[in-house]
Ligand binder design. Structure first.
Ligand SMILES: [Zn+2]
Length: 389
């Protein structure tokens, strides 16, 4: 695709040249002035990007037509990952004195994008801030990349500030602001600063009344304060509202079950949730709880659990992790003779599952081991769920 874009450059180049040609023709019909542009096109067609680059940089005249071509050339270098060349083109363009206001803005924006793509976030920030400062007509185009820079750096206060400045009060902006407050709250919780956690959660709720993350963090506060029954109830409510979060909260629910020596509540909750949502991930965790010997769940609920497994294996398409949990249970219930084969199947499945990552972005497919509220690849919020294996 990127190669394809680069191939289009000569066309864009030509179009710039063509526009320039028309303009000059109007003026004095003298096309000889555009000979250098033709030379530039030839360099690109002959795949000599350095010569094309040198040509552009040394080209004395940049008018409204050629500036566009210049911009596109730099963007194409960036898309090909050739950051040095992209930066040279755009820096040179920004330095030209005779650009119109909109051309200068486009050139600076492209330069900021180059710095961002090259990982030079401080320089990208400076360019976008400058752009925002110079924008006298209320253009807020630079807000979005600035927000992404602050997200990447974990500078949540600045992210809030820029989103509020940019804000069209849309649901999306409010959802982001709520996440940023939750990020600050999470940090405060790690330091045990419950007052700050609560303050941040209030602000998050103000931005997004329905934020499930705020609820989940309230559960974390209760867990931190060892109010286990309260934490459990909150987590159950969170999962009822969004079953996707079972994966990240399951470990905390196991901890609560351990601390309170009450495993039935978790088992019953998962059972109800499974009946309601009919989701593979819920079944897997339900069987995982049944497998814990110390919980004694299997002994007390052998018949319904075996019936459940039989139904699932017969009529559904359970994931590999669920099948593995089912095999664990069968192994525990099996007679000596059956056991060896079950053990072999179990080992084969375990090998198959080794190294599989637990969570996956539902937007771009990126997989990870730890739950994240924001995908590090496509940078979307709330798109991570347990990977279906
Ligand atoms: Zn993603």
């Amino acid at each position: 695709m990127l190669e394809f874009l680069f191939l289009l450059l000569p066309i864009a180049f030509y179009s710039g040249w063509h526009s320039a040609r028309k303009r000059y023709k109007k003026k004095n019909s003298d096309l000889t002035q555009n000979k250098p542009l033709v030379k530039g096109i030839n360099y690109l067609l002959n795949e000599e990007p350095d010569k094309a680059l040198a040509f552009f940089i040394q080209h004395p005249d940049i008018d409204e037509y050629t500036a566009e071509t210049f911009l596109l050339l730099g963007n194409s270098f960036r898309n090909r990952g050739e950051m040095d060349r992209a930066l040279k083109v755009h820096q040179n363009l920004v330095a030209r004195p005779n650009l119109s206001q909109s051309q200068r803005r486009a050139a600076m924006f492209a330069l900021g994008q180059d710095f961002f793509a090259a990982g030079m976030l401080d320089k990208a920030e400076a360019v976008f801030k400058e752009l925002l400062k110079k924008s006298t007509d209320g253009n807020k185009q630079a807000c979005k990349p600035l927000r992404e820079i602050y997200e990447q750096l974990g500078e949540w206060e600045k992210a809030i500030e820029i989103t509020e400045y940019e804000s069209d009060k849309s649901d999306e902006s409010n959802r982001l602001i709520a996440h940023y407050h939750c990020e600050i709250a999470t940090r405060a919780l790690q330091k045990g600063n419950i007052y700050q956690v609560n303050e941040q959660l209030k602000l998050a709720l103000k931005a997004d009344k329905s934020s499930i993350r705020v609820k989940s963090l309230r559960g974390d506060i209760a867990l931190y304060e060892e109010a286990y029954a309260k934490a459990r109830k909150i987590y159950f409510d969170v999962i009822k509202a969004d079953s996707r979060l079972l994966g990240v909260l399951f470990g905390r629910l196991l901890e609560i079950a351990d601390k309170t020596n009450n495993f039935e509540k978790l088992y019953n909750f998962l059972n109800e949730t499974y009946q309601k949502f009919d989701e593979n991930a819920v079944l897997e965790h339900l069987l995982e709880v049944a497998n814990k010997d110390e919980y004694n769940i299997l002994v007390k609920n052998e018949k319904p659990i075996v019936a459940l497994i039989e139904t699932e294996l017969t009529h559904r398409k359970p994931g590999l992790k669920t099948i593995l949990q089912a095999l664990h249970i069968m192994q525990k219930l099996a007679k000596e003779n059956d056991c060896e084969l079950i053990l072999l199947i179990k080992q084969a499945l375990e090998k198959n599952l080794q190294g599989q990552l637990r969570f996956q972005c539902q937007h771009c497919g990126y997989k990870m081991n730890d739950y994240l509220w924001r995908c590090p690849v496509c940078r979307n919020w709330d798109t991570i769920a347990e990977a279906t294996i």
